[in-house]
Design a protein around this ligand. Sequence first.
Ligand code: MTE
Ligand code: MO
Length: 319
Amino acid sequence: MLIKKEKLSDIKENEITDESVYKQRREFIKKTGILAAISVVPALMVSSCADAAPEQATLTFKKTSHGKDLKPTAIKHVTTYNNFYEFGTSKSSPAIAAQSLKIEPWSITVEGDVKNPGKYNLEDILKKNPLEERIYRFRCVEAWSMVIPWVGFPLADFIKQLEPGSKAKYIEFQTLHDPEQMPGQKSSVLQWPYTEGLRIDEAMHPLVMMATGVFGKSIPKQNGAPIRLVVPWKYGFKNIKSIVKMRFVEQQPKSSWELAAPLEYGFYANVNPKVDHPRWTQSRERIIGSFRRRKTDMFNGYADEVASLYTGVDLKKFF
Ligand SMILES: Nc1nc2c(c(=O)[nH]1)N[C@H]1C(S)=C(S)[C@@H](COP(=O)(O)O)O[C@H]1N2
Ligand SMILES: [Mo]
């Protein structure tokens, strides 16, 4: 499968604009002397996080051509700039606080309209579902983006093994709920357990992965160990971490974000530069690890592959 390449004309236009912004910022920094301060602090933070994080296991997986033209974001950004509200609401807290999560043994409970419900040990799931690496764009609803080399398996294969019934129109996913291990759950910032949902045909799309690794190693706790969802054409919040439950249901599930702010976060959450967040534009994104911005692509650049899932759906109404 081919991933849509950026049009060269788009990139040039963005880079020219951003270079001048970048230069202005350098000028400002030189004048004010902030540079010394900001370059020292993140370096210290990164090294202390790296010390706190245990060694990640090296995985065996097949390389694929997915995203071979994309340049991954530096690993230190991917593993220290996180959203994982179970471990605090700041970007830097999960890398430290998530180390208390116990990821072994781990299982996923499958419920609802399926022929093979039950509690599946992660090890058994992985025996049937060989791993592969795919490099995907990742776009947060907060208008920043990264490029991430995930290691995982197609969710569609696992769903086929479960044999959904005819009433299963949606899959609801849930994260572990254990406030002792996940101190952020002592706050009511979101309704716990963290919940997300996909239409079953979205979940079966070949781009959707269950990821257990990143950068060739087992996934760090702050990134959703030991298993998380990756749906590259949707905003980051759909990509639920540390999954313990999948329910095959008839009614459209409500995500934790929809429950918290229904006017800001819809069920679909497709990356869509034409539908702004009520508080900011979605037409551009900040590239984490650089001073650049780029134009946001429809469906995060995966339109050729996924647009047909939404024919006849009003994406302004069902955002
Ligand atoms: N359980 C759980 N999953 C979650 C979140 C969360 O707070 N809890 N945050 C979401 C959001 S808003 C984003 S942008 C991505 C961030 O993934 P990353 O930290 O691996 O980049 O995880 C998503 N999955
Ligand atoms: Mo996000």
